[in-house]
Design a binder for this molecule. Structure first.
Ligand SMILES: [Zn+2]
Ligand SMILES: [Zn+2]
Length: 377
């Protein structure tokens, strides 16, 4: 790596924008609040603006454009393009291109644009401060599909104008409404931008070092509920890196994933369609596999027979899981096709129920076995 000897040149525009906005947010906002005062309405408008810009990145840039996990109506895509420009994270085309490389070459220090293995600072913001990937900047080969989306291309062409218009126009408008343009520029403009920036950046930095790895340890990505709260659900990053074609990141009902809720709500009113989900079989199998792997690694002192039992149990469960999810899919498909052959449906339903009950029993046994082996860890 050449940059160890001679670091690539600094990207002054990025450096000045990140540094000046941070200083204004950290010093200018409290100072103005102390000396002049800030209208409480501005905090609420800032919160709403954070949500709009943030979710344009998560539901738009990330789950719609980078990963194509669902299709969206042009009106929705237009709003995401505006919100993305407001978030000041480059055009959707560029962002998605970088992000696809991140997924294909995750943790590869030479190819992953924000490889977590190059350290916290680099993956958080450092990668944008120097010309680390200058040669790739005009290469949009991996987003040819997005080049067919006229809204993506329109945003890409007019990115600078849209960014200036949204980041100055909206706060000024708000300022005129509340009667204090400076306060609005500080709070809805700068502070909001800094909060949006760093919470999104946490996904590349913190979500690759802090949290659990329930699905895979082949990369550094982690699941983290606290980060999910700060990032509209993107904190379930371990799940996301292995099942990136899924429109959900938090797959359990109790996991905080407002981006998923928004996409689902949009589909109910006909503004989103073709929502993709990973098969329950693959998801549960990955989780079990990870547990087994950990047991084998950590509980080396456990009796050999116990570990063998765990392996055997896992193999049996994998077969049962496949049978159960196949039967369930068949039942759902038949329902969808309105096959009203009552007898068949009943038989199918009974089969699914039976498989489900037996699987529940297996899951209980598995848990007992896992805790038994863990005592030897
Ligand atoms: Zn992703
Ligand atoms: Zn990642």
């Amino acid at each position: 790596m050449t940059e160890l000897n001679t670091k690539p040149p600094i990207i002054w525009l990025n450096t000045i924008v990140f540094l000046s906005t941070f200083v204004i947010a950290a010093v200018g906002v409290p100072l103005y609040g102390y000396l002049v005062g800030i209208d409480s309405a501005l905090w609420w408008i800032m919160l709403g603006t954070i949500c709009f810009a943030g979710i344009s990145i998560t539901a738009g840039y990330h789950r719609l454009w980078s990963h194509k996990t669902y299709d969206a109506n042009p009106v929705v895509r237009f709003l995401f393009a505006i919100g993305g420009a407001l978030a000041l994270q480059n055009s959707a085309l560029h962002w998605s291109s970088d992000h696809r490389v991140h997924h294909t070459h995750v943790d590869d220090n030479d190819k992953d644009p924000y490889s977590a293995k190059r350290g916290f600072w680099y993956s958080h913001i450092g990668w944008m401060l120097r010309e680390y990937q200058a040669s790739r900047y005009s290469d949009y080969d991996n987003v040819k599909d997005l080049q067919k989306d006229p809204i993506v291309m329109w945003q890409h062409r007019h990115y600078l104008a849209l960014t200036l218009l949204t980041n100055f126009g909206w706060p000024i408008l708000v300022g005129l409404m509340v009667g204090d343009v400076w306060a609005a520029l500080l709070v809805v403009g700068v502070l909001r931008l800094v909060l949006n920036h760093h919470t999104t950046f946490f996904i590349n930095s913190l979500a690759h070092v802090w949290g659990k790895q329930p699905y895979t340890d082949k990369n550094t990505a982690r699941d983290n509920g606290v980060l999910a709260f700060l990032t509209f659900g993107e904190g379930y990053h371990n799940y996301h890196h292995i099942f990136s074609a899924d429109y959900r990141n938090g797959i359990r009902w109790y996991q905080f994933d407002p981006t998923k809720w928004l996409i689902r709500a949009l589909s109910w009113v006909g503004l989103a369609s073709n929502l993709k989900r990973s098969s329950g079989y693959q998801v549960e199998k990955a989780r079990l596999q990870m547990q087994l792997q950990r047991l084998q690694k950590k509980a080396k002192s456990a009796p050999h027979t116990l570990l063998e039992m765990a392996q055997q149990h896992y193999d049996d469960m994998a077969v049962q899981l496949r049978q159960y999810y196949q039967a369930r899919k068949k039942l759902l498909d038949s329902k969808a096709k309105h096959l009203r052959e009552q007898v068949n449906m009943d038989a199918l339903k009974a089969q699914v129920d039976e498989l489900k009950a037996s699987l529940e029993q297996q899951r209980r046994h598995w848990k007992e076995l896992v805790s038994q082996i863990k005592q030897h860890a």
